[in-house]
Design a protein around this ligand. Structure first.
Ligand code: IMP
Ligand code: MG
Length: 185
């Protein structure tokens, strides 16, 4: 297994500290609790990047909820998103007639979330919303209304708090920029 540099992430430039993330995630949890009182929403987290966010988010939600997971693969060619998506793990819980919230780590071009919205909407949920920890609106290719957004982020590669570079850095407690020189194409 090839190692990437700075495995501890100690020298990475921090964009959002643990403390700031905690505060913002609590706010998002509070909004969901208020908006979905008495509705038993199903929070659908997209593997693997959103598991850290999901686990903190649900602990700041004070109403009954359920969780489920989907895993998809998307393909890029020459750095451009291809939009080709395949389901690797589907939902266990039926969503028909239920309020559903997609929980994502970062919405970039929006192609991934756009595919999921289409896919889940076809199963006839009562409602469908997106909760993204990070929103990189400058790269958006498809129109995608996001009901809950943690932070707007610039067009630089981000790692930590679930987000990876080549499957590493997910365990950083903060969100950091990965230096350009660490990114190999
Ligand atoms: P989209 O389909 O272009 O919106 O891409 C969304 C997915 O790309 C996210 O779920 C992440 O897995 C991945 N991604 C996009 N930007 C970053 C980043 O800066 N760091 C790590 N993963 C990212
Ligand atoms: Mg992802």
């Amino acid at each position: 297994m090839k190692k990437t540099p700075l495995p501890e992430g100690m020298d990475l430039q921090v964009l959002y500290s643990e403390e700031r993330i905690r505060t913002r995630v609590k706010e998002l949890g509070g909004m969901i609790s208020a908006d979905y009182a008495d509705q038993l929403p199903l929070l659908v987290a997209i593997l693997k990047g959103s598991v850290v966010f999901l686990s903190d988010l649900i602990r700041s939600v004070t109403i009954p909820i359920q969780i489920d997971f989907m895993a998809i693969s998307s393909f890029e060619s020459a750095g451009k998103p291809g939009g080709v998506v395949r389901i690797l793990k589907d939902l266990d819980i039926p969503v028909s007639g239920r309020p559903v919230i997609i929980v994502e780590d970062i919405i970039d071009t929006g192609l991934t979330a756009g595919y999921l919205v289409k896919n889940i909407r076809a199963r006839d949920p009562e409602s469908l919303e997106i909760c993204g920890l990070l929103d990189r609106g400058v790269r958006r290719l498809v129109r995608l209304p996001m009901k809950y957004v943690g932070f707007e982020v610039p067009d630089r590669f981000i790692v930590g708090y679930g987000l990876d570079y080549r499957q590493q850095y997910r365990n950083l407690p903060h969100i950091a920029f990965l230096p350009e020189e660490s990114i190999e194409d």
